[in-house]
Every structure is written in structure tokens, then in C-alpha cells.
Design a protein around this ligand. Structure first.
Ligand code: PHE
Length: 349
């Protein structure tokens, strides 16, 4: 067969094959068979030496032309397949906007956080600043600065989770008092702060005690702060959280960093004061400790206790939540049962 006929036949066959190809893979195969290194057209180019010199340019030209034509057809076919793939994908991924949407699941606030957020805004409204001390506190701030030197017996009731000689999981938020007192510039006005956060200590694990709980520390220091300021403030907090008719009482108590010291009880939500297992048959539940800031605490922080004085309180947020929502077991706060948590959705604001 004449060489030109062969080239022409290859072209016709090639175009035919391309037309019939069903996918990109088949196209690739056709391209390799015709124009690859071992392809039919390439073979003709390689056999130039057998062709008469005057025919060589013509053959070369013819082969190149056919290659161009085939390549163009291959490109077009490739493009066609690509468009088809895209069209198919678009078809498959079509979104039916008329379908009902999937309902997003909104979590609910933890009851302790509901109380915390509420108290924070309450105190901010009264001009208090909110501070946040470290959960891993130093012995220095947690105890020394708070008038609890190394051999103080009151340490034994609390100090448990030491990390090393100097650092421990704080047993109380009272260290925040010292940290703020040290920094406060009294020429700019009185000090009023609350410091909420987690605390850890050795304690019974029962319905009203846990080895981990949350406190909110409060501190007010200025000239002429009196015990009646403390009493009025505590009364206001209790009424704000528990409602006007919950009864409160102050009992004398002892804390190394306050003198005199008191504890405030709120009448038991469960038995209304008659006595039940929750209030250990006393009719009352202790919600906070408080007192007038001990002069040593002020002096330790470089504040002149002959000029300034104040009051401090530490309230248990868990206790507040138990009382406010009538929860019978403090441990429910930490076991993360969503059914428990979801009950408080309506309390959020
Ligand atoms: N830090 C005390 C406690 O954890 C509470 C308290 C704070 C008492 C401030 C008096 C003043 O029990």
C-alpha cells in the first residue's frame, strides 16, 4: 500500500475510534496507539530513512498534519467528557431548597453558669470589677498572704491537691483578694471586686459536698467600711438570688483572713426549715462565709490597715444553684448527663 494511503487510513481509523470512544480512558489509549512513542504515526516518522529523499518532506508534512487533526479531535473529545462529568456532578448534587431544613441543636447553659452570669452582672451593676485568679495557685497567695502561715491548723481542712512544694489546686478563691489588694491604687477610689472560679479541697463527697466546686470571692476595701455594709450586701445577694421570702441568718464563724467572721445560712428549700436529710435536719443550708478583712491581710499586701478596712465574702455557686433550682444532689453538676442540664434551658436569659 502506498505510504500516503496508509497515513490517510490511520487518520480515518483514528477519527473513527475517537468518535466511538466512550470515556477519557479510551481516548488515552487511542492517543498512545496512534501518536505515542511506539504509535503507528510515530513509526512512519522513524522509518524516514527508507523513503526517497524527495518524498521525505512530503511524508513528514503529511504525518504532522494528521497528528494535528487527530490531536484536535482528541482535545475536543476530552473537553466533551469533562463537561459531561461536571454536568453529572451538578445534577447529582442538586440541592432541593424546598426540603425542610435540619434543626440545629442548641446546647443549654450549665445551671452553675446561669447563676454565675447572673451574679456577675448583678455585681457589675453595683460597681464591682470581675477578676479571674489562677486555678493552680501558689501557697503564697492561697495561704501565706491570707494570714494562714505554714503551721496554721486551718490549712489541714483544705490543703490537699499539691502539685509541688509551692503550687496547689487552689482550695479557695481568697488568693484573689491578695492579688488584687497588692495592685490596687486607692488614690483612684475604693476596691470592689468579685473573683469567680473553681476550687478543690478535701471534702466529703455527698449530696451537698464535693471535692471540686465553684466559688465567688468578694472584696470591698475603702475608708469607713463597716459590718453593716457587709450585712446589707449579703442580704441583697440572698434576696436577689433566692427571692424576697427566703430566710437568711448570720452565724459567728472563724476564718483566718476575716475578723470578725460570719457564715450566712439560707432556709432549706426542700423542707422550708423543718429539717430533712438535705439540710442535715437543721432547716438551714450554709451558702457563704464572710467577715471584715483581717488587718494582717491588708498589711501583707502593703495596705495601711489603720486607714483602710473592708469586708470579704466567699460564696458557693454550687450551693446557690442547689438552693435556687431545688437540686437534690450536688454531684449532678459534674456527671454531665445532658438530660439534667437541659432542664435549665428555661432559666437562661
Ligand atoms: N475562703 C473561705 C472558704 O473557702 C470563704 C470566705 C471568703 C470566708 C472570704 C470569708 C471571707 O471557706
Amino acid at each position: 500500500m502506498d505510504l500516503f494511503d496508509r497515513i490517510n487510513k490511520l487518520k480515518e481509523e483514528g477519527l473513527d475510534q475517537i468518535k466511538q470512544a466512550e470515556n477519557q480512558k479510551m481516548l488515552d489509549k487511542i492517543r498512545v496507539e496512534l501518536m505515542g512513542r511506539k504509535g503507528e504515526l510515530t513509526k512512519i516518522l522513524h522509518s524516514m530513512k527508507d523513503i526517497t529523499p524527495e518524498n521525505r518532506p512530503k511524508v513528514g508534512q503529511e504525518v504532522n498534519q494528521v497528528r494535528d487533526i487527530l490531536q484536535k479531535q482528541l482535545d475536543e473529545a476530552k473537553d466533551h467528557f469533562l463537561q459531561a462529568v461536571i454536568a453529572k456532578k451538578l445534577e447529582e448534587e442538586k440541592i432541593d431548597v424546598t426540603l425542610p431544613g435540619r434543626e440545629g441543636h442548641l446546647g443549654s447553659k450549665h445551671p452553675i453558669n446561669i447563676i454565675l452570669d447572673d451574679l456577675e452582672s448583678y455585681f457589675i451593676g453595683m460597681g464591682y470589677e470581675v477578676v479571674q485568679g489562677p486555678e493552680i495557685e501558689t501557697d503564697h497567695y492561697c495561704f501565706e498572704m491570707m494570714n494562714l502561715p505554714k503551721d496554721h491548723p486551718a490549712r489541714d481542712m483544705q490543703a490537699t491537691f499539691y502539685i509541688d512544694e509551692e503550687d496547689l489546686l487552689r482550695t479557695q478563691t481568697s488568693g484573689d483578694q491578695a492579688r488584687v489588694l497588692e495592685k490596687h491604687d486607692f488614690s483612684k477610689g475604693p476596691l470592689k471586686m468579685v473573683g469567680p472560679g473553681k476550687v478543690y479541697r478535701r471534702d466529703d463527697d455527698d449530696a451537698t459536698h464535693s471535692h471540686q466546686f465553684q466559688q465567688m470571692e468578694g472584696l470591698v476595701v475603702d475608708k469607713n467600711v463597716t459590718m453593716s455594709d457587709l450585712k446589707g450586701t449579703l442580704e441583697m445577694i440572698a434576696k436577689h438570688v433566692f427571692g424576697q421570702d427566703r430566710k437568711t441568718r448570720l452565724r459567728p464563724s472563724y476564718f483566718p483572713f476575716t475578723e470578725p467572721s460570719v457564715e450566712m445560712d439560707v432556709s432549706c428549700f426542700n423542707c422550708n426549715g423543718k429539717g430533712c436529710p438535705i439540710c442535715k435536719y437543721t432547716g438551714w443550708i450554709e451558702v457563704l462565709g464572710a467577715g471584715m478583712v483581717h488587718p494582717n491581710v491588708l498589711e501583707n499586701a502593703g495596705v495601711d490597715s489603720t486607714v483602710y478596712g473592708g469586708f470579704a465574702f466567699g460564696l458557693g455557686l454550687d450551693r446557690f444553684a442547689i438552693l435556687k433550682y431545688g437540686i437534690s444532689d450536688i454531684r449532678d453538676f459534674y456527671t454531665n448527663d445532658v438530660r439534667f442540664l437541659e432542664q435549665f434551658r428555661k432559666e437562661e436569659n
